[in-house]
Structure formats: structure tokens, C-alpha cells
Design a protein around this ligand. Structure first.
Ligand code: GDP
Length: 297
């Protein structure tokens, strides 16, 4: 991940202040104008940008900054803190059921990386918590999604429950849950169907699965590379399903950062994990502080 354009523009904007001694309100105004443009160019949602700029400006025209001998550093600190806040402040751990199994439902549009992320998450739980996860293959519409999950399962040595593509997904989930309970799996990860766009049929099916499985976690995968489109998709899924967290995939290919900086503020749901590559080990907890430091460079 490298949001080079954003980093460079933010650094440039602030470095102009470094050449000055004391700064004035109009210097703050000028730097905020540039920060605003940098964020918009990074494809950050305009409402998020507006709110962000306002918060930084209010703090930056405070006496501590204007009277400071190192105003540029003060502004960097403020921008950093507000970036952390806009991304959710702290990392957000996976919800866990009070007693096993913890049920995780993966949702998202086709191609966002839902099936891959289901596998990555299973491997992470296995490696880090010595968990015994099972994957349920309920994506019956995308050609080869079930085969893909089965191959992933073999590679990471995690069982995959499947009834092929001819059985209704809700029924697959029903039987998969029964099997998982019998086998005492501690995590059940359900790979649901994605479609090319949010439609009623998709949502109806997801509602039925949610109702049946009563998941502890509904993780929405969105593709970071799609920028504001990812934010819209997140809003759509969240308004319908009340998701519990977001996985931002393909962050390794995202050069702008708009989705990472907008999703939390727009949906009020935490980004829990980020996908940073195609390998099964390329799933990381999302740390707002680390991301803010990387953005500021
Ligand atoms: P689904 O339709 O949502 O289940 O999507 P898939 O899991 O099949 O993923 C679609 C494509 O995105 C595959 O080629 C994945 O390897 C790729 N992919 C998923 N997550 C990531 C990621 O974090 N980084 C990169 N570079 N590729 C990813």
C-alpha cells in the first residue's frame, strides 16, 4: 500500500509552513485549501473531506498553534490525529460468541474478494488462535466459487462444507451449521453469494441466511481499488443488513486511499481487516494509527 500522491501533496502543503516562523490565520487557510484538494484528489468522500478540513482548521487556528514556534509540526500532529479519528481511532477485533461457535457471514459484491478473504480469515484464525474453523460454501451463483473455496480449503487444511450448486443457499447454510455444531468447530465462516450489483434477490437471500445463522459477525468485503464506489457499496449493504465490520481488499493495488479514508465515517462501521495481496497470508488487522502514519509519510 502506498498512497504516494496523497502523501506527497500533504507533505508539500505542510512544508510551505515550515519555511515560515510564526503563521497567521490566512496561512492556515491556505494550507487547508491544499489539504482539501489533496483529499478530494485521493477520492475521499466529499462529506468526509468537508468535515475533516473543518475539524483540522478549528484546531489549527487555536492559539497554541498560532503562537507556537513550530507551527508546521503542530499542524502535522493535528492532521495525524484527525486522520486516525476518521479511520476509527483503534483497531476493532473480531466479535466472538460467548461460547463456540462464532459465526461469521461474509458478504460483498462479486469480485470484491469475498471468497479469498473467507479463506484468509480461516487461516488467520487457525494460525493465530489454534482455532478449528469450517467454511460453508453458499455462493452457488458464481461459476466456480465453490470449487475455488474447496481448493482454498485444501491448501490451508480447513474443511469446506458444500452441497454443490443445485441446493438453495439457505438450505446449505442450515445443513452446514448442523455439521459444524456436530464437529464442534469453533468458527463457522459462511461464504455467501455476491452479484455484480446490489439487488433485491441478493439482499433477500442474505437476510434469510442472517436470520437463520444469527451471525456474530457480518463482514462486508469491498474492493479498495474502486474508491468511492466501494463506499457506496458499503452504504448499500450496511443499510440493508447492518453489517458489523468491513474488510477492505486489494489495498495493495490502491494508490489513492479514498475508500480507506471514507468508509468508517460514512457507514460508522469499523474496517476490521485489510487484504494486501492474493496470498492466503495477506490479511492484516486494520490499525488506523499505522495507516495515518503511512499516509503522512
Ligand atoms: P469474490 O467474487 O468476492 O468471492 O472474489 P474472489 O475472492 O474470487 O477474488 C477476486 C479476485 O481478487 C481474485 O483474483 C483474488 O485473488 C483477488 N483478491 C482478493 N483479495 C485481494 C487482495 O487483497 N489483493 C489482491 N491483489 N488481490 C485480491
Amino acid at each position: 500500500m502506498a498512497f504516494e500522491g496523497l502523501t506527497e501533496r500533504l507533505q508539500n502543503a505542510i512544508s510551505k509552513l515550515k519555511r515560515k516562523g510564526k503563521i497567521s490565520e490566512s496561512d492556515v487557510k491556505e494550507v487547508m485549501r491544499e489539504i482539501r484538494l489533496a483529499l478530494l484528489e485521493a477520492d475521499v468522500n466529499f462529506k468526509v473531506v468537508k468535515d475533516f478540513v473543518k475539524k483540522v482548521r478549528v484546531r489549527a487556528v487555536g492559539v497554541e498553534v498560532l503562537e507556537s514556534l513550530t507551527p508546521a509540526q503542530q499542524i502535522v500532529k493535528i492532521v495525524n490525529e484527525e486522520l486516525v479519528k476518521v479511520m476509527g481511532e483503534k483497531e476493532s477485533p473480531l466479535n466472538k460468541a460467548p461460547k463456540i461457535p462464532t459465526i461469521i457471514m461474509m458478504v460483498g459484491l462479486q469480485g470484491a474478494g469475498k471468497t479469498t478473504t473467507a479463506g484468509k480469515l480461516a487461516l488467520k484464525l487457525k494460525n493465530e488462535q489454534k482455532a478449528r474453523p469450517i467454511l460453508i460454501a453458499a455462493d452457488v451463483y458464481r461459476p466456480a466459487a465453490i470449487d475455488q473455496l474447496q481448493i482454498l480449503g485444501q491448501n490451508i487444511d480447513v474443511p469446506v462444507f458444500s452441497l454443490g450448486t443445485d441446493v438453495n443457499p439457505v438450505e446449505i447454510v442450515r445443513q452446514g451449521l448442523a455439521e459444524a455444531k456436530e464437529k464442534k468447530n469453533d468458527y463457522i465462516i459462511i461464504d455467501t453469494a455476491g452479484r455484480l450489483q446490489i439487488d433485491e434477490k441478493l439482499m433477500d437471500e442474505l437476510h434469510q441466511i442472517k436470520e437463520l445463522a444469527q451471525p456474530n459477525e457480518i463482514l462486508l468485503t469491498v474492493d479498495a481499488m474502486t474508491g468511492q464506489n466501494a463506499v457506496e457499496v458499503a452504504e448499500g449493504f450496511n443499510s440493508q443488513l447492518d453489517v458489523t465490520g468491513v474488510v477492505l481488499t486489494k489495498l495493495d493495488g490502491d494508490t489513492r486511499g479514498g475508500a480507506a479514508l471514507s468508509i468508517r465515517a460514512i457507514t460508522n462501521k469499523p474496517i476490521k481487516f485489510v487484504g494486501q495481496g492474493e496470498k492466503m497470508t495477506d490479511l492484516d488487522v486494520f490499525y488506523p494509527e499505522r495507516m495515518a502514519s503511512r499516509i503522512l509519510g
